[in-house]
Design a protein. Structure first.
Length: 172
């Protein structure tokens, strides 16, 4: 097999390449020219809020915040989530269902992002996710840990995932 670019292309087009060959070629390409995601992962340090080996908690300041709730705390969290959705997400979802056929999904998506990036909405969402008070969340606020924590709660609490998918799923 030739090793120049044209030779590789000719080999791939010939139909002689096997799946194993393609996997080896992809691995060689990744070694020499890693994609942007590989570079970002390799260069990035673990976020300051990570607790090594614990995906169900984050460290904010000196406080370990458990993200997965059970029992009464989970009931309280669901109630807080219900209130947050009612105040911040419901208006935009209602607009989506009432939107005219000519409205673009892009415009609706932008409206939703604008609504949900309201500082008060983010602060309240931080309270829902961490189960901590506004002062604590505000003093330790970082959009990075908030988005990461939301993802972790959705991942590790399937019931919360189903509740939010049921609501936000209307937009697909």
């Amino acid at each position: 097999m030739e090793t120049d670019y044209e030779g590789v292309l000719e080999y791939l087009r010939s139909g002689e390449a096997k799946v194993e060959d393609l996997a080896d070629i992809r691995a060689a390409i990744n070694e020499v020219v890693p994609d942007d995601a590989s570079l970002a992962i390799a260069e990035a340090e673990a976020p300051y809020w990570n607790i090594e080996g614990n995906q169900k908690a984050i460290l904010l300041g000196e406080t370990v915040v458990n993200l997965v709730q059970r029992g009464r705390p989970q009931l309280k969290q669901i109630g807080m989530l219900r209130e947050w959705i009612s105040v911040w997400a419901r208006p935009i979802m209602e607009k989506a269902t009432k939107s005219k056929k000519g409205d673009s999904g892009e415009e609706l998506g932008i409206d939703m992002i604008i609504q949900l990036l309201d500082p008060e909405a983010l602060l309240e969402l931080g309270c829902v996710i961490t189960m901590m008070d506004e002062d604590f969340v505000g003093d330790n606020f970082d959009i990075g840990w908030l988005l990461d924590a939301v993802g972790r709660v959705v991942k590790h609490q399937p019931a919360i995932r189903r509740l939010t998918q049921g609501f936000f799923g209307k937009l697909g």
